[in-house]
Ligand binder design. Structure first.
Ligand SMILES: C[S@@+](CC[C@H](N)C(=O)[O-])C[C@H]1O[C@@H](n2cnc3c(N)ncnc32)[C@H](O)[C@@H]1O
Length: 240
């Protein structure tokens, strides 16, 4: 059972550093036009997509590589009387035409992908005048190969860059980057999202495999949380 499979089974909302609070924080600082066409890549269980639809009456498409995530997202939207378009697919090869979106939201997704490929896709499917908001994990200092191996085994993260690594990746994909906020993950409030009332399937908490995944996550964060940072990035197309 992988970390993401456990998230999908449980239906945890806002599964990224800082949770809903950090999402609301960046939403208060970014302006989108009403009815904007927004793509929530790696949408997970759709909580941010629902906020986008509520706040801007946005025309939101959710994309995730896991069908279960898309099912949860569409169910959450329908419970809230909102409409989302759900697509199962990979951030690295998105089934969308060029310039299909005015904005892209990507919360804790790129580290699980071949990020240079995914970022090129973000650039392709976004309007020239559009904006990407990315909330991503980063390393805060040098880390060992063993640390990287563990992060890959535990979370399925392909590669976690540091701040300058992210800037380079964004630049190489054709973006200008503004760092809206960054810091240590351990300085953020813990996402309040593992309470029964916010889970799509609270019974899944009884599954020993899922409990083991959550326990490993909590233990790793206890031991290594201080080495893991996060960044909130605003990306715009670089003029050539
Ligand atoms: C840590 S979760 C974050 C979910 C959501 N953005 C949130 O903040 O709650 C990462 C999500 O990215 C999805 N994902 C991982 N690799 C992906 C890929 N290559 N393409 C699209 N989605 C992917 C996972 O299925 C999962 O839903």
């Amino acid at each position: 059972m992988t970390y993401h499979d456990a998230l999908a089974q449980l239906g945890i909302l806002h599964a990224h550093p800082g949770g809903e609070q950090l999402t609301t924080w960046w939403m208060d600082r970014v302006s989108l036009r009403e009815h904007a066409r927004v793509l929530d890549v790696g949408c997970g269980n759709g909580a941010t997509a629902c906020l986008l639809a509520q706040r801007w009456d946005a025309n939101v498409t959710v994309l995730d590589v896991r069908r279960k995530m898309i099912d949860h997202a569409l169910r959450l939207a329908s419970e809230r009387n909102l409409r989302l378009r759900g697509v199962v697919g990979s951030a690295e090869a998105m089934p969308f035409q060029r310039e299909s979106f005015d904005a892209i939201v990507s919360e804790s997704v790129l580290v699980f992908t071949k990020s240079h490929r995914a970022l090129r896709e973000y650039r392709r499917v976004m309007e020239e005048s559009g904006v990407v908001i990315a909330v991503e994990m980063m390393t805060l200092g040098p880390v060992t190969d063993a640390w990287r191996r563990e992060v890959r085994n535990l979370y399925g993260a392909q590669y976690v860059p540091d701040l300058s690594g992210w800037k380079r990746l964004f630049h190489d994909a054709g973006f200008e980057v503004k760092v809206l906020r960054s810091g240590s993950v351990s300085s953020l409030p813990l996402p309040v999202n593992q309470q029964d009332s916010t889970l799509a399937d609270p019974k899944a908490l009884l599954d020993p495999q899922i409990r083991a995944v959550l326990q490993r996550n909590a233990q790793w964060m206890d031991e290594h949380g201080k080495e893991m940072g996060y960044g909130v990035f605003e990306l715009r197309c670089r003029r050539t």
